[in-house]
Design a protein around this ligand. Structure first.
Ligand SMILES: [Zn+2]
Length: 114
């Protein structure tokens, strides 16, 4: 998931300096902290060999609507969807659910009328 998403990073802002992602120089590092009790993989980003801190800003292009979004690296790494939040809002799966809910609602109303 996050492995696919790093391809859409356009630039990273580290301490006010912008680093453009050309030729995929953004690398995803999976470093399991020795001090962490959870042993959960914690991903870290690197650009041109520089560590991207959690509060550094990542600008990525949504693969669906091609709108650029800038979010903190920490949030970027925990993203659940490739798409930006606007596309998530317009997710056809979500819409389908809403439609089927209202259909069953109508069915219930009809049944109560019989
Ligand atoms: Zn989008």
């Amino acid at each position: 998931m996050i492995e696919n998403l790093i391809k859409y990073i356009n630039k990273v802002n580290i301490d006010g300096t912008e680093y453009i992602n050309i030729n995929n120089n953004v690398v995803l590092k999976n470093d399991i902290s020795k001090y962490s009790s959870s042993k959960e993989p914690s991903f870290k980003l690197e650009i041109d060999g520089l560590k991207v801190k959690r509060y550094d800003k990542v600008t990525y292009e949504c693969p669906k609507c091609h709108i650029e979004s800038t979010i903190g690296a920490g949030r970027f790494l925990t993203k659940k969807s490739e798409y930006c939040y606007k596309c998530k809002e317009n997710d056809p799966e979500k819409r389908k659910n809403i439609v089927s809910i209202s259909k069953s609602h109508i069915r219930n109303i009809k049944r109560s009328l019989l």
